[in-house]
Design a protein around this ligand. Structure first.
Ligand SMILES: *Cc1c(COP(=O)(O)O)cnc(C)c1O
Length: 454
């Protein structure tokens, strides 16, 4: 019984899949918050590279070539293995066939490098010398730091202050790859100064760090901002995950009935799902898709579909998304990558149209799932990925009751070897479920409506 399925180098996909071109209903356009008109490539390219801006708004080309230099760097860790989780299946006593795509083998430990490489490449091609971004848990900051270095760019990473202080090794990893790391809020931007003046002890948030990085990019010649999730071009780059998985499932002689991913802004979920979803659009397949979000930040299960900002200060374009409101502060869970108030615009439209469903899962259940996975499949998963595993276990247990031999594919978005402090707390019984109250969610949504209308 084959355990791992790996593609030879010459079969790594040469193009990304752009689902925007084939969606039955296109997402509502991204708006300039000042004019309320759809944003243009010219406007976006003040913030992002021109190539990324064009990809962001490309609704016509279903297939986009992966540049040769990016393909060369993908070879450092791709294809990532597709693995049959025999150990987990046995422990659960389920008739389900469970597969996972192992993105944790990336040198930075998560799927984030799949988009950091092309984003840095396009900047270098366009003569840009500096890139900037934000990072919470450190996964995205690490990926961009390395990608910037290999393409000869300087990287400045705004790291949420509480993580900067509590997770010094993550800062060291970024510095090892040659990046400059700044605790956010900082005095280097207007957004940072404003917040620090009002609240000198503020510990920072992802929303504030995004505002700082965007401001730096807008005010610095030859500097561009780079985002690790949510946006359309990021999901485009991540389609490499699902395109490989499609070929690997074929090697395994199976096809998924259900595809599962954890959900922060949607890049790893969209990455594994969209190549399979295209066959649902064409009527050839009936695959189901399930997004696993944290109970601490349940934008699909408890949010609303509304135009909203991507950041706290309101610098970004307005995006039609499932959101909890841009001022929403998620409960403080260890899955930092899932603590984002909104979902990307493509995935939001698809959710609205019924192509995927969502569950929200409390923190302790996700770590329980992570422990079982570690002990049966040997890999210690990232706290984010534990959400996908917990959702997979729920589904596999349903199969045990019904006897159904469902084929389930989930994405293992990263490993948890830099999250051991979180496992330590779980093992000591010190973790809570970290859910948020409905009252707080309603308050945050009311603030959004007060600012942007019904
Ligand atoms: C960033 C991150 C996520 C969440 O981001 P998405 O864009 O929703 O994929 C999930 N898992 C890991 C390991 C991450 O680093």
């Amino acid at each position: 019984m084959q355990k791992r399925f790996i593609l030879p180098e010459d079969q790594i996909p040469k193009q990304w899949y752009n689902i925007q071109a084939e969606m039955p209903n296109k997402p509502l356009p991204m708006l300039n918050p000042g004019t309320k008109q759809p944003v243009t490539v010219d406007e976006l390219s003040h913030i992002f590279s021109r190539a990324a801006s064009e990809q962001e708004l490309n609704t016509t080309d279903a297939w986009i070539d992966i540049p040769e230099p990016v393909r060369e760097l993908y070879k450092y860790y791709r294809s990532t293995p597709l693995v049959r989780a025999y150990g987990l299946e046995k422990a659960l006593g389920t008739p389900a066939h469970i597969y996972f795509k192992n993105e944790s083998v990336s040198p930075v430990g998560s799927h984030k490098l799949n988009s950091a490489l092309p984003q840095a490449y396009y900047c270098a091609q366009e003569g840009i010398t500096n890139v900037t971004t934000e990072t919470g848990a450190g996964q995205w900051g690490t990926a961009l730091s390395y990608a910037a270095k290999v393409f000869g760019l300087e990287a400045a990473v705004y790291m949420v202050k509480i993580s900067y202080e509590q997770k010094p090794y993550r800062r060291s990893i970024m510095q090892t790859y040659g990046a400059q790391v700044i605790a956010s809020p900082s005095m280097s931007t207007r957004a940072g100064k404003d917040i620090l003046t009002a609240q000198p002890n503020y510990q920072g948030s992802l929303g504030t760090a995004i505002s700082e990085a965007v401001e730096l990019a807008m005010n610095t010649p030859n500097c561009r901002y780079s985002l690790g999730s949510v946006l359309n071009h990021v999901v485009l780059h991540q389609s490499i995950i699902g395109l490989e998985a499609e070929k690997q499932m074929e090697m395994a002689g199976e096809y998924p009935d259900l595809v599962i991913g954890c959900f922060g802004g949607g890049s790893n979920f969209g990455g594994i799902s969209f190549p399979f979803m295209r066959h649902v659009f064409s009527g050839k397949k009936k695959t189901k898709f399930l997004a696993a979000e944290p109970s601490a930040c349940p934008k699909f299960t408890k949010g609303i579909y509304h135009y909203d900002f991507g950041d706290e200060a309101g610098y970004t374009p307005l995006i039609a998304m499932y959101t909890l409101g841009h001022t929403f502060q998620p409960a403080n869970i260890h899955a930092g990558g899932l603590r984002y108030h909104g979902a990307g615009m493509i995935i939001s439209q698809l959710y609205k149209d019924g192509y995927l469903s969502a569950v929200d899962i409390p923190q302790t259940e996700t770590f329980k799932a992570g422990l079982l996975f570690s002990q049966t499949e040997s890999i210690i998963p990232a706290p984010e990925s534990c959400h996908a595993i917990a959702a997979t276990i729920r589904e596999a247990e349903k199969c045990k009751k019904t006897g159904e031999e469902k084929v389930i594919l989930f994405n293992l978005s990263g490993h948890g070897l830099i999250d051991i402090a979180a496992y330590d707390k779980y093992l000591a019984g010190d973790l809570t479920d970290a859910t948020v109250s409905d009252e707080y969610i309603q308050k945050s949504i009311a603030e959004l409506k007060a600012k942007l209308g019904e």
